[in-house]
Design a protein around this ligand. Structure first.
Ligand code: GLY
Length: 332
């Protein structure tokens, strides 16, 4: 818990909520930049970029790409690394539960052909990203929810497990003593994992996986599994994905907006900044919550931006697996 950095800690109306409450998954940083605003960033592919400091995940995705596999394979394998990390309390096993003590997971995946699959409110399954891929590839549907999603996963061979670790149970029991919602708007290193990849053929895919807001009301679903909000890919243009307070991303359909802005000629950086600007313009409470975006265009040029300080990005490109401290809007 010592790595936690509470950027702000103010009440967020009735539902002041912990955003990105997680323990940092210990990662080896290969290189760290200062606060970065990659206006003239590097380009090229294959490449992979992800929200937060998730070097092990990007390394796995890169390995899959280097073997000549598709961006879709790289996304699934890369996201699985974080989902299996029990120390990360915002994704997969070990995720912080809802207010009733249930760990519920949301995830989606999108390929270069515009296919999309998602699971929402999935319980007891370690790898929602893989179930989302099965929804996309093996069913005529795009989203499966709750018990139905769990039954589908089990029918596809996924083993049901208890996702609530001792550490997350302890944190929940501690929270229950006051049941007080507080938005912990930014833990330095981690929240939802959104990942975008381009393979050697120049085809783009993306994925997004999360346990959502800690101590949320049972049944709450965030932006991460929703096409256009937590993730959007258009193989002619590029892709974008989000982390942070899902409600705000949903209301502005953030990832679709970023891809459409790139279609109109904006760089990935300009598009991310404009999407953050839309949230700020519409919401005077922006000081109480965090949102971060990452984006990539068809050339492999990237951008990232957040409302507040504390957002990090990992990019594996041109043989380098690097962490970047994102530039942000709220300079006080
Ligand atoms: N961005 C994750 C969530 O709000 O659930």
């Amino acid at each position: 818990m010592k790595r936690r950095k509470f950027i702000q800690n103010a009440s967020l109306s009735t539902f002041g909520i912990a955003v990105g409450t997680s323990v940092f998954a210990s990662e080896t940083k290969t290189s760290i930049s200062e606060v970065s605003n990659p206006k003239s960033g590097t380009s090229g592919f294959p490449m992979v970029i992800a929200t937060w400091n998730v070097n092990s995940s990007t390394a796995e995705a890169w390995r899959v790409l280097q073997e000549g596999n598709s961006a879709l394979d790289a996304i699934e394998k890369g996201c699985m690394v974080e989902e299996a990390n029990a120390e990360g309390q915002s994704v997969g096993i070990g995720g912080l539960p809802d207010r009733d003590g249930n760990v519920t997971l949301d995830a989606c995946i999108m390929d270069s052909k515009g296919n999309y699959g998602a699971v929402v409110y999935l319980q007891h399954i370690m790898h929602p990203i893989s179930v989302a891929r099965k929804v996309m590839e093996d069913t005529p549907h795009v989203i499966l929810a709750g018990k139905g999603a769990e039954q589908f996963a089990i029918s596809e061979g996924f083993k049901p497990i208890d996702l609530l670790t001792e550490a997350s149970k302890k944190a929940w029991e501690e929270w229950k003593k006051t049941s007080q919602y507080k938005p912990i708007i930014n833990i330095e290193n981690h929240d939802t994992i959104g990942m975008l990849a381009i393979d050697k053929n120049g085809d783009i895919s993306g994925g997004c996986t999360t346990s959502g807001l800690a101590y949320k009301i049972a049944g709450r679903v965030g932006d991460s599994p929703i096409i256009g909000s937590g993730l959007f890919i258009d193989n002619e243009i590029g892709g974008a994905t989000a982390t942070g307070l899902g409600e705000e991303v949903l209301k502005t359909v953030g990832s679709f907006l970023i891809v459409e802005l790139m279609r109109q000629g904006k760089t990935p950086q300009q598009a991310c900044e404009e999407a953050i600007g839309r949230i700020i313009k519409k919401n005077p409470d922006y000081k109480d919550f965090q949102v971060g975006y990452i984006a990539v265009n068809k050339k492999g040029e990237t951008g990232w931006y957040s409302i507040h300080d504390g957002f990090w990005v990992t990019k594996y490109q041109n043989d380098k697996n690097e962490n970047f401290h994102s530039d942000f809007y709220d300079k006080k």
